[in-house]
Design a protein around this ligand. Structure first.
Ligand SMILES: [Zn+2]
Ligand SMILES: [Zn+2]
Length: 266
């Protein structure tokens, strides 16, 4: 068995990760991974939108760091990507970003459910107390569905991120998941198994086994990502992720090259 590619890794340019891309690549090689992809937090049109992403004029530096890792580790396939924040109204900006570099894929992620609240930010945990959990989950999945429908992304990131702090609605969310996955299936958008959830309060891979089983039934494809914010997190908990994917019926995952998808066994 070969490890699936780790398609979700960050760099210090986002201001909350440590280690250079070449160091992440070194860890990947040591683990026996054959393919990885950098997908750092994308810049917004407005610089300093928040304190956890690069500014637009740092994109070239980002690409250069990834190219340096490629030169240092020729035995490893290294993809160039971004984790792009989806907020309604940002579509034009995301299309501009897409044209600037030869990206292999874009991960579309929803962190914000309004212009000012990133639901996964520990600094904004107090916001959760001001809102009904179901309303937050519903808003989040509405934007996630729009992201899948936008045609801007190959992959949707950490599909049930609102569970990060272990705050769950007391109402059934099946219809929210259903609508999102229906759209992902129709638009051929993959979802990622993101192992960072295991390192958070929810102590569970994103997304849940229930969502993964629904995804399999609807024909939604998958990728794998550690969401590494330091080199030691590359490929973290991939054995669990592979086991979960297999238990949900998956035997193949996606690989992307210049935004073209192919399926590979894992
Ligand atoms: Zn991050
Ligand atoms: Zn994210």
């Amino acid at each position: 068995m070969s490890w699936p590619a780790d398609y979700h890794m960050h760099t210090p340019l986002c201001r909350h990760a440590t280690g250079e891309p070449t160091e992440y690549a070194a860890c990947a090689v040591a683990l026996g991974l054959t393919e990885i992809g950098f997908s750092d937090h994308s810049p917004m049109r407005q610089d300093n939108f928040d304190e956890w992403r690069m500014n637009a004029d740092q994109l070239c530096e980002y690409v250069e760091k990834v190219c340096q890792a490629r030169r240092d580790w020729p035995q490893l396939t290294i993809k160039l990507a971004l984790e792009v924040d989806y907020l309604p109204g940002q579509e034009e900006w995301i299309r501009e970003l897409a044209a600037w570099h030869p990206w292999d894929y874009f991960i579309g992620s929803v962190h914000y459910v309004s212009e000012s609240w990133a639901i996964d930010s520990p600094h904004q945990l107090a916001e959760w107390k001001k809102h009904d959990a179901y309303e937050v989950w519903a808003m989040y999945f509405d934007w996630l569905t729009r992201a899948a429908d936008s045609g801007l992304f190959e992959i949707i990131g950490h599909a049930d991120l609102p569970k990060k702090f272990g705050i769950y609605p007391d109402r059934d969310c099946t219809s929210l998941f259903d609508r999102f996955l229906q759209t992902a299936a129709k638009k051929n958008v993959a979802i990622e198994l993101n192992t960072a959830g295991l390192r958070k309060d929810c102590k569970e891979i994103y997304p849940s086994p229930k969502i993964l089983q629904m995804a399999k039934q609807k024909g939604v494809a998958i990728t794998f990502g550690s969401d590494a914010h330091q080199p030691g997190e590359v490929g973290m908990n991939f054995a669990e992720a592979v086991q979960l994917a297999r238990a949900s019926g998956f035997a193949e995952c996606c690989r992307f090259t210049q935004r073209k998808r192919e399926m590979v066994k894992f």
